[in-house]
Design a protein around this ligand. Structure first.
Ligand code: G3P
Ligand code: CA
Length: 238
């Protein structure tokens, strides 16, 4: 997983298709991208669903929190039409559906645990179970802005890699990653640019730096030349 720089489709090919849907993930695979990034949450009945916002309102034709609906209820909702009438009928996928699609395809999958607003207690175990079910341990890595959730994940398994998402510059990330023994650090492109020397030093010490999100070809080429491990983007990159 950690050879050359890989480019992952952020929420699938989300520039042209409804984010975090099977359509956006299939389009990524068909375009020959290296893999995908996706966001996972719990339903009311503790099923794993792939959706970014805690509130349904922006991307789904419903109002309220994901966590307050059962999977059966969520499956009756439309997750495509917000992007355009032609996408009507797309559903919120389960993590099972996405991993089943990618089983055996040798694509990299970054699962983000959306445990920053609601902690979704027990989600880490369920995600591990699902990854194992499709024998994708060597192709998946986990991230989260909730570093306690990552610590919990790391306490449960050593067989699936994981790391921390960060978006601000208010602490010494190099020291933090060292103190908490984090090998994968996932900053925004803005954070990376602000603290470039720090991140380059981390790369030289063997840390894996993964960046969200960058689409400009010249910038992607530069990040590749700097040895960035993963870049997530929203368009098709050749
Ligand atoms: O790849 C990391 C990135 O997805 C984190 O931000 O809000 O797009 O989930 P967000
Ligand atoms: Ca994400």
């Amino acid at each position: 997983m950690w050879g050359k720089t890989v480019i992952l489709s952020h929420r699938g090919i989300s520039a042209n298709y409804p984010e975090n849907t099977m359509l956006a993930f299939r389009k990524s695979y068909e375009a020959g991208m290296d893999g995908i990034e996706l966001d996972v949450q719990f339903t009311k009945d503790r099923e794993l669903v792939v959706v970014h916002d805690e509130l349904l309102d922006r991307t789904v034709n419903a109002t309220g929190y994901v966590k307050d609906f059962t999977l059966k209820e969520l499956k009756t909702m439309d997750a495509g039409v917000f992007k355009g009438e032609e996408f009507k009928g797309e559903q919120i996928p389960t993590l099972d559906e996405v991993l089943e699609y990618f089983q055996g395809k040798e694509k990299i999958i970054n699962i983000e645990l959306k445990t920053g607003v609601f902690s979704y207690f027990g989600i880490e175990e369920k995600v591990i179970e699902c990854i194992k079910k499709y024998q994708l341990e060597d192709y998946v890595y986990i991230t989260s802005f909730n570093h306690l959730s990552i610590a919990r994940f790391q306490g449960l398994t050593k067989k699936i890699e994981s790391g921390i998402l960060i978006y601000d510059t208010q602490f010494d990330i190099q020291k933090y990653a060292k103190t908490y023994n984090q090998d994968i650090v996932n900053p925004s492109i803005e954070y990376f640019d602000l603290c470039r020397e720090t991140f380059l030093s981390m790369i030289s010490k063997g840390k894996k730096i993964t960046i969200y999100t960058e689409d400009k070809p010249e910038k992607i080429r530069e990040l590749i030349s700097l040895g960035i491990n993963v870049i997530t983007n929203i368009e098709i990159t050749s």
